[in-house]
Design a binder for this molecule. Structure first.
Ligand code: HPA
Length: 273
């Protein structure tokens, strides 16, 4: 277990001195929402490479930036450019945006990502609200993160996803006329996409979508007491669900194709929070 307050002391001090306001909502931007912040009134953008101790992302299309922005009088912090577990980072580096959000006083955290569709009713381009998240494949790392003995004064039952936040998102999607699917997001470590046999296994145990992020962030966020929800952009059929070969370019192309509708949904959520 790592003491994050100690490990990230100078990082937090730096950000607290740079923060233009106390953000109320934090959004972690996945593929497809990469340039979302540009649609908002940006007060300040900081490159993560200028932040002492901030891990560096190596994935194409993941720009490392933290934006302090405003939309409809809501003060926001947005994280552009995730670092993923499959890039070789420790879990305590992967959850840094969640830790920062909490330290800056954020109450609500919205996670977004790209995911492969397992549910046969999903097609690439769909948006899916997570009704639950399966972190069984990252449970050991989550235990390492939180620590076996770190529950003093804390409730170890997490409210994930937050039911009120999810209801607000569902109502918002309806009023925006956006067909928001719902389902269970299942984490895999990557870096390779899954085999058809793995997807069959996940499907059997209730997975509707699969991806390589989000669950550890969501569990940690919820553990810290933030209201947490997650929305996936279904960018491709998961392995074996269709005959088509998977590719990272299909993921980025689909994410790009639906980015306007995804952005419209997220803006409406910001307004409604
Ligand atoms: N599998 C895992 N992660 C993903 C996928 C997938 O099919 N699509 C986008 N991220």
């Amino acid at each position: 277990m790592v003491d994050l307050n100690f490990k990230y002391k100078s990082l937090i001090e730096f950000l607290k001195s740079e923060t233009p306001f106390k953000p109320e909502l934090s959004i972690i931007l996945g593929s497809g929402l990469g340039d979302f912040a540009e649609q908002l009134q940006i007060h300040k953008s900081i490159s993560t490479s200028d932040i002492p101790g901030y891990p560096v992302s190596t994935v194409v299309g993941h720009k490392g930036k933290i934006h302090f922005a405003e939309y409809e009088n809501k003060k926001l912090i947005l994280f552009q450019g995730r670092v993923h577990f499959y890039e070789g980072y420790n879990i305590n580096e992967c959850i840094i945006p969640v830790f920062i959000s909490h330290k800056l006083g954020v109450k609500n955290l919205l996670l977004t990502n790209a995911a492969g569709g397992i549910n046969k009713n999903f097609t690439p381009g769909d948006l899916m609200l997570a009704t639950s998240l399966n972190g069984i494949l990252i449970k050991k790392e989550l235990t390492d993160l939180i620590g076996l003995t770190n529950l003093a004064g804390k409730d170890n039952f997490i409210n994930l996803p937050d039911p009120e936040f999810n209801n607000l998102i569902k109502t918002t999607a309806k009023s925006e006329n956006i067909n928001l699917k719902q389902g269970v997001y299942w984490f895999t470590k990557g870096p390779t996409y899954e085999t058809p046999a793995e997807i069959k296994f996940f499907a059997k145990y209730g997975a509707d979508a699969v991806g390589m992020s989000t669950v550890h962030e969501a569990v940690y966020s919820s553990y810290l007491g933030m209201k947490t929800a997650a929305i996936s952009c279904i960018t491709n059929f998961a392995s074996g669900i269709s005959d088509q070969k998977l590719s990272h370019s299909e993921v980025t192309e689909t994410a790009d194709r639906v980015k306007n509708i995804f952005a419209r949904l997220v803006k409406a959520i910001i307004k409604a929070v």
